[in-house]
Write a new protein. Structure first.
Ligand SMILES: C[S@@+](CC[C@H](N)C(=O)[O-])C[C@H]1O[C@@H](n2cnc3c(N)ncnc32)[C@H](O)[C@@H]1O
Length: 243
């Protein structure tokens, strides 16, 4: 988390290059008005505006992010746009108490999360049957475009905690949701994978919070039940409801 605590204030500029990837990834979610979407590892909320275009004011976004500094930027964005349909959870995805069953989930540049089976399982356990799932991010380019790895290596070292799985970053997700359509972009340095939770997933289910305002409106919810980052999340103001 340390690198994102430092990067939070400049993160949006750093990611500007990848906006076309973000747009394509979100368009592959095929969102409909009224949908509920999980933005997994939402960072500063850079995806929120386009997600809002898909779901409209009757839909809901649940952003899950463990780094309080990143989430604070997301919270600021939500406030500036006066979005009342965004719930922000300050927690590691693997233990987040997700208060909804969602129609879609986005994993945009979230390699560490995609390498964590418990995190993926927690998300998939909160997806409705046939929910759309899209993941996009860095991957090792193949032999024919290997020079692209001169970009992938420093970018991955800068933004992930491990290079493990960079050859097939989506494979653990595919193991839980079924087959994914994986498309290379940027000389194979980036992938976009999409699929659907065909029959829902029941193998792992955490207790969801029953906090009604979390499910119905917006807000920021700290991670109270675990030790690892409680102190980090507290300054966000647990349950500082956004209206
Ligand atoms: C490269 S950023 C991507 C942010 C956002 N999805 C975007 O596209 O702009 C990765 C984010 O995942 C978050 N993250 C990493 N591991 C996490 C975990 N286990 N639980 C929650 N957030 C996590 C990081 O704090 C960081 O904000």
């Amino acid at each position: 988390m340390a690198q994102y605590r430092v990067r939070a204030s400049v993160y949006d500029f750093e990611l500007a290059l990848f906006e076309p990837i973000r747009r394509e990834a979100i368009s592959r979610l095929a969102l409909r008005r009224g949908d509920t979407v999980l933005d997994v590892g939402c960072g500063t909320g850079l995806s929120f505006a386009q997600l809002q275009q898909g779901i409209g004011p009757t839909g809901k976004i649940v952003g899950i992010e463990q780094c309080p500094e990143m989430l604070q930027q997301a919270q600021r964005r939500v406030g500036q746009q006066a979005w009342s349909n965004v719930t922000l959870l300050c927690a590691p995805v693997e233990v987040a108490e997700i208060p909804v069953m969602a129609d879609a989930a986005l994993f945009h540049f979230t390699h560490d999360i995609l390498r964590c089976p418990e995190a993926i399982a927690n998300v998939v356990a909160h997806l409705k049957p046939a929910a759309h799932v899209v993941a996009a991010g860095l991957q090792w380019a193949g032999p024919r475009t290997w020079p692209a790895n001169w970009f992938v290596l420093p970018a991955a070292l800068y933004s992930t905690t491990s290079l493990e799985g960079l050859d097939r970053p989506w494979d653990k997700l595919a193991g839980l949701v079924g087959s994914l359509d994986v498309q290379p972009r940027c000389m194979g340095a980036i992938y976009i994978a999409n699929g659907s939770a065909a029959n829902g997933y029941t193998g792992f289910r955490r207790r969801s919070t029953t906090t009604s305002d979390a499910a119905q409106g917006g807000g920021v919810f700290g991670w109270k039940s675990q030790n690892r980052s409680t102190a980090h999340c507290q300054h966000l103001g647990v349950r500082a409801t956004q209206t």
